[in-house]
Design a protein. Structure first.
Length: 405
């Protein structure tokens, strides 16, 4: 949303401000309203953001505190400390079998920052990135900040990528294909056959492949099919501790890719961040050491709550749960209510003070849906289901009349 003009009309901004201030920012307005209401003490339920309702593992917190007390508050290397990058490389090797070392890794302020760095290093004005809908709302701005254009490929009726449409979208301007697996918001995991099709396109057209694997630890067994070992000179893998370790506020993420890319990414990190806090990097080392337990914890947590939430809305007329393969989100098809996802989101919050996300924020194919994060405590989920039921049974006729009017 644009701020009111407070400066001279003769003072101009860069075209960049238009590329980074689009639909992705507007998608969060109801969520921000709900957060402000909660801070005032209002009785709201926030299911609109992927911030698991779990504490960061205690050893991670204690490590950060100990490092702070020991004076670990000074400059560190831009690419991240060697020991941390070595640990990230080990975790990457174990997850996908790609033989990498610390020189393939750049530590970033979360996976969002890692994607920002990759977008600036891989593409520029006139280039194109291709991605699949539904997609995370900040992808467009994060990619188009470089001057490149994000090309969206629609999903199929089963929420899987339309591979024929993907092949048709490749042009002489295409530089990269980007995807998230598990997908946010659908929870879909790309399978081996789909990845092999993507690999053939990458070889044929000499493309970069950017794999956002932030939710990989939440997939069965803590891993997803990957092309990193098969196409090491093409694949850039993004990861983070945010979801797997309930460390969203720590901003601990990375990219893994060819060494030449890592050099360029380090140069960008130097000019942008000049290194990230050492005490958090030491805590991240501790987090990686206990990753198997942390990931098993979040998988079990999400599996229980996904089942509970799906059961809670199963008999609500007008709602149809689209059960995810993995992750902490569920799309709910609300088209039978007569409302769009955006209308449902606004009506639900106005009437019952439950914040969800409009599916259209993730692409037009999901415009008849809302996205819910079910990674919260069971009592909150049960109350959310009760409020959803009241909205659909009591408030929906009024909301439908308002949308029609």
């Amino acid at each position: 949303m644009l701020a009111p003009a407070t400066h001279s009309k003769y003072v101009k901004f860069s075209p960049l401000v238009h590329r980074i201030g689009g639909e992705g920012t507007a998608a969060w307005l109801t969520h921000y309203e709900a957060v402000a209401a909660r801070e005032r003490g209002d009785n709201v339920i926030i299911l609109s953001v992927g911030d698991p309702d779990l504490e960061t593992p205690a050893p991670v917190i204690e490590r950060a505190i100990a490092q702070l007390r020991s004076g670990d508050t000074h400059y560190v290397t831009a690419a991240g400390r060697l020991a941390l990058r070595e640990a990230i490389a080990r975790a990457h090797r174990a997850r996908c079998g790609q033989p990498v070392d610390a020189q393939n890794v750049v530590y970033c302020a979360g996976a969002q920052n890692a994607l920002f760095v990759a977008s600036l290093c891989l593409a520029g004005s006139g280039d194109e990135f291709i991605t699949f809908e539904p997609l995370y709302p900040t992808y467009p701005a994060t990619i188009e900040v470089s001057g490149a254009r994000l090309v969206r490929v629609p999903t199929s009726a089963t929420w899987r990528p339309d591979l024929a449409a993907l092949a048709a979208a490749v042009t002489s301007r295409t530089r990269a294909i980007l995807w998230a697996s598990p997908n946010n918001p659908s929870g879909m995991v790309l399978n081996e056959q789909e990845l092999e099709f993507i690999a053939q396109l990458a070889r044929r057209h000499d493309l970069w492949l950017v794999a956002d694997e932030v939710y990989a630890g939440l997939a069965p067994g803590g891993r997803v099919p990957s092309l990193a070992a098969q196409l090491p000179e093409h694949v850039v893998t993004l990861g983070s501790l945010s979801k797997s370790h309930a460390m969203t506020g720590w901003r601990a993420g990375w990219l893994v890719g060819p060494r030449e890319l890592a050099v360029h990414a380090e140069h960008l990190a130097m000019s942008m961040l000049f290194g990230l806090p050492g005490f958090i990097q030491e805590a991240a080392l501790t987090a990686l050491a206990l990753a198997p337990e942390a990931e098993a914890r979040i998988r079990a947590y999400c599996a229980t709550r996904q089942q509970r939430f799906a059961q809670g809305i199963r008999t609500i007329a007008g709602l149809r749960a689209i059960v995810p393969e993995a992750g902490m989100f569920m799309l709910i098809d609300v088209t039978a209510t007569g409302l769009s996802g955006g209308e449902f989101m606004r009506g639900l919050y106005a009437a019952q003070r439950v914040s969800v996300m409009d599916g259209a924020a993730f692409g037009q194919g999901a415009a008849g849906c809302v996205r819910v994060c079910f990674a919260t405590d069971e009592a909150t989920l049960d109350e959310a289901c009760a409020r959803l039921r009241r909205f659909c049974e009591q408030d929906l006729p009024a909301a439908s009349r308002r949308s029609a009017g």
